[in-house]
Design a binder for this molecule. Structure first.
Ligand code: FAD
Ligand code: MLT
Ligand code: ZN
Length: 499
């Protein structure tokens, strides 16, 4: 497989979309829409700007044209920052934070700004700390598979470099051409192959993080096994920039698969989707690397928006199943047995299977571009929930009943293999009427099923009022105590995660 293999099928589309998207249309200020009272923080003045200039230099700070840093990918939130800083070393990040802590200036750490929960842009006038210039790949060890890089390294760039050594980064998502590895770690991003590689709590071996007071905490490690006391690195995996700024990451890469196959299948009912998943686990075993669900509304959105050709159409559900193994012939035999069984039982009505890189890429586009197409379909209410598999799709049907008449589209897709559903509701524009109809209903529904109200995107700003649906009061109190310990002045990404 070429270094530009199919694992990065539609990256350029997403990248150009990110650019175009930022330039068009702006949402209402978050502070206004959500009635947020500014925290008791210092206000940026000329002396502060002069200090920051002495640290990063004039060319690494912006005071104009900040829209791309103030508005998120979904155009759901908009901050009012007046300053973006782009440090290029851990020491510069440390000096900035030390100063901000003393002056009580609030900071919003920002990676590729592809986050989907309003965590990556300021809520009020926080200074944006962009990690974009901390983008060096430090080391890739082809024997151990360990890669280390600075936090602003773009995921796709690290993956391309890893492939030169026969490795793959164990994380892949539609935003790979824009998101940073530091952003991935800070959100504990999931993506398309958690089923195969697990999440980042397993594959991240170490981080370097800068604390609110400027202290550089070196937790970098080249070992899987290190039981020397508390595993502090985990505090920074998924804490969304509220406990520290991640500046370096060490991650265990996987060997590049020698053979890959992708099938795209038409399925008659959700019950059959579940049967196919069970069979995929049974028949494909350790070579199963992805099992994704796309419903008819989601497929229609990506196909019509990007004028794609779907190899099959007219079914209520589609499954994208991928295998990654070491022997194409053996893998294909297993895949065929799985397909024959499903077809015989009427659980698979039609489909296509391929091992050709270009064709696999086309199939992945159908799935990966759903989220980009939905963002163009109108204002997008996006929910990312974990649910017991038997109940997985019910919420989509319930929401169709509840808000279908107000919406452009109500659809569901996602990482079936991880019990992670993406429920999306698009409508002509944001209105408080639809908002109240959807929230907190979706979260109450999820909580009743003991699901998670945020499976992979995090809490950010948009879900902070709903944390209680997935965490007990005691757990939230412990989170507050940790925040107080590490960031007593609350300067790091305020208004996010905890309210
Ligand atoms: P940003 O969006 O810039 O920031 C996200 C959060 O992390 C913010 O709270 C920010 O303050 C914090 N942060 C960023 N960098 C740092 C740092 N160095 N130190 C401390 N805090 C930091 N997510 C998934 O989990 N799975 C998917 O499959 C997936 N697919 C996506 C597909 C598309 C098309 C898009 C647009 C998004 C998708 N996402 C997905 C969401 C998003 O890409 C991930 O959350 C990603 O990890 C964010 O990385 P980023 O660099 O863009 O971070
Ligand atoms: C995905 O799986 O496509 C992403 O998490 C983005 C989304 O939820 O839309
Ligand atoms: Zn996802």
């Amino acid at each position: 497989m070429s270094a530009n293999g199919f694992l990065k099928p539609c990256s350029n589309v997403v990248k150009s979309f990110c650019r175009a998207y930022k330039a068009s249309g702006i949402p209402e200020l978050t502070q206004v829409r959500h009635n947020v009272k500014r925290g008791n923080y210092g206000t940026l003045d000329g002396k502060d700007v002069a200090f920051f200039e002495s640290i990063v230099g004039r060319n690494h700070m912006l005071q104009e044209d900040l829209q791309g840093y103030n508005v998120d990918f979904l155009r759901a939130v908009r901050g009012n920052s007046q300053l973006v800083l782009k440090p290029n070393s851990s020491e510069q990040v440390s000096a900035i934070l030390k100063y901000c802590n003393e002056r009580k200036l609030a900071i919003c750490p920002q990676g590729g700004n592809t986050g989907l929960v309003g965590g990556s842009v300021p809520v009020c006038d926080e200074i944006v700390l962009s990690l974009t210039h901390l983008d060096k790949i430090l080391h890739i060890d082809e024997i151990t598979g360990i890669a280390s890089c600075e936090a602003g390294c773009i995921l796709e760039n690290l993956d391309l470099k890893a492939r030169e050594s026969g490795l793959v980064v164990p994380l892949d998502l539609g935003a790979k051409s824009s998101c940073h590895i530091g952003g991935n770690v800070s959100t504990n991003a999931g993506g398309l192959r958690v089923l195969r590689y697990g999440n980042l709590h397993g594959s991240v071996l170490g981080v370097e993080a800068i604390l609110a007071n400027g202290e550089i905490l070196d937790l970098m490690s080249d070992f899987k096994k290190d039981n020397t006391g508390y595993h502090l690195k985990h505090l920074f995996i998924g804490s969304e920039g509220t406990l520290g700024v991640v500046t370096k990451v060490s991650i265990l890469c996987a060997p590049q698969p020698q053979a890959q196959h992708v099938a795209f299948l038409g399925v008659p009912s959700f019950d059959d989707v579940l049967k196919n998943f069970r069979n995929a686990r049974q028949f494909l075993g350790e070579i199963l690397s992805s099992c994704e669900l796309v419903d008819a509304g989601s497929l229609d959105c990506s196909v019509s928006h990007f004028k794609l050709n779907s190899p099959i159409e007219g079914y209520p559900f589609y499954m994208l199943i991928e295998t990654s193994g070491s022997n194409a012939e053996h893998d294909m035999e297993k895949f065929n047995r799985f397909l024959e069984n499903g077809i015989e039982k009427g659980q698979i009505l039609d489909g296509t299977i391929t091992g050709e890189v270009s064709k696999m890429r086309e199939i992945w586009k159908l799935r990966e571009l759903v989220s980009v197409a939905l963002a163009e379909d109108g204002f997008c209410f996006k929910y990312d929930i974990s649910l017991p598999l038997r109940e997985f799709y019910h919420i989509v049907e319930v929401m169709k009943e509840r808000v279908g008449h107000l919406a452009n589209r109500v659809c569901g897709y996602g990482h079936l293999g991880d019990s992670n559903l993406h429920l999306n509701i698009t409508c002509p524009e944001f209105t408080p009427e639809i908002y109240k109809c959807v929230e907190p209903f979706v979260y109450e529904f999820t909580s009743q099923l003991k699901g998670s109200i945020s499976a992979e995107h995090g809490i950010g700003f948009l879900k902070r009022n709903y944390l209680k649906y997935s965490k007990s009061p005691a757990a939230i109190e412990k989170m507050r105590e940790m925040k107080q310990l590490l960031d007593p002045n609350g300067i790091l990404n305020p208004y996010k995660v905890l309210n």
